[in-house]
Design a protein. Structure first.
Length: 164
């Protein structure tokens, strides 16, 4: 989706509301395609005293297995994007400024990049997910397993063998 922002750039105090959905189902994240549902993008581009700003929030639904316990789970993430738009570069080191050539901005591409950068590296079913027991494979969110009590300290085991 390419926006033509010429009317915004040329008119002080003019704004354009944005309300759209983007299909990110083809976005490959950690060897999967977790953004199955369309992302909702809302916000605006506005000209305030000659400075053109973009302010949007991208809401994505992340649908994948928990990295710790392997359970399928869905999380919603809000990715705010705040940028100043300019038609030429004044300061190349400023990440806050996006240069729009010919007043055209590819909003889809911008949102896609920002979403990929801001999603957490680990996808967890809940913040304090306990994961699975390395020994018996039980999901420890459902309660403790019996391994911890049964496990024999290997040093004690050796001692036991020596005593035989
Ligand atoms: Zn989990
Ligand atoms: Zn166990």
């Amino acid at each position: 989706m390419v926006l033509d922002l010429k009317p915004i750039f040329l008119n002080d105090n003019k704004s354009l509301s944005l309300n759209c959905e983007f299909d990110f189902s083809g976005v490959d994240l950690n060897d999967g395609f977790p953004l199955k549902k369309p992302a909702k993008v809302s916000g605006s581009v506005y000209n305030r005293a000659g400075v053109v700003n973009l302010s949007v929030v991208c809401v994505v639904e992340y649908d994948a297995m928990c990295d710790r316990c392997g359970k399928e789970c869905t999380q919603n993430y809000e990715v705010p994007i705040e940028r100043v738009l300019a038609t030429e570069v004044f300061n190349e080191d400023n990440d806050e400024i996006i240069v729009v050539e010919d007043y055209k901005l590819d909003l889809f591409e911008l949102c896609r990049c920002e979403v990929i950068l801001s999603l957490p590296m680990k996808h967890l079913c809940k913040k304090d997910c306990k994961g699975v027991c390395q020994n018996c494979g039980k999901n420890l969110n459902d309660g403790p397993c019996n391994c911890a009590t049964q496990k024999v300290d290997p040093r004690l085991k050796k001692l036991g063998e020596l005593l035989k």
